[in-house]
Design a protein around this ligand. Sequence first.
Ligand code: SF4
Length: 234
Amino acid sequence: MAMQFDPGRIARLQAMGIQLWVVREPKEPLQKDVTAAQPGDDAAAVESLDWEQLEQRVAQCTACALHRNRTQTVFGVGDRQAEWLIVGEAPGADEDRQGEPFVGRAGQLLNAMLKATGFERQQVYIANILKCRPPRNRDPQPEEVRCCEPYLARQIELLQPRIILALGRVAAQNLLQTDQRLGQMRGKLFHYGPMSIPVVVSYHPAYLLRTPKDKRKAWDDLVFARSQLAGVGQ
Ligand code: SF4
């Protein structure tokens, strides 16, 4: 479904650094990679926790070595009844300091992207694959992901979002249990878990800050995500 634009929305797009754009018709969804979470050892222990219990559990977690150097855990933020879940990779320095995902310049860009799509940050839920910062922002290691995965799986179960937007290669590969490149995943529809929640993959805002020419592709991804949601009866 094509989106309608008004001058305010155009101004917000320009705030993202996008000068021109073309609204694409949604591609045919590729019904592939119906992917269930692969819970780690902690899955049974967290699967009955409510939001508060889960947040407390994460705050006390020492399941992997990342707990040693964290300032604090970064659980997630936003509306716990949101339709949109944004999933990133792991906390960076700003996130570790503030205890909130997607802050700093990358967070500001994410906020602008959401606004362009018609949402305030508080209207979505934002979480990461890992809840603790890897040293020097290196990629998460498989064992760390395995240990931390039950927490995100439980967040998704509690939230029951209508769509998940996976930002960046690491988030997408771990969420979807695939080794496909980000470029191969963009523009396709995936599904997560037994509830078959639609998943759309896009660039991480930190990458877009380094590569502003790809902001337009990120906008295409947001339009695609919205069109998928509209297509299932929004
Ligand atoms: Fe626990 Fe996840 Fe932090 Fe590792 S990254 S200590 S599994 S909360």
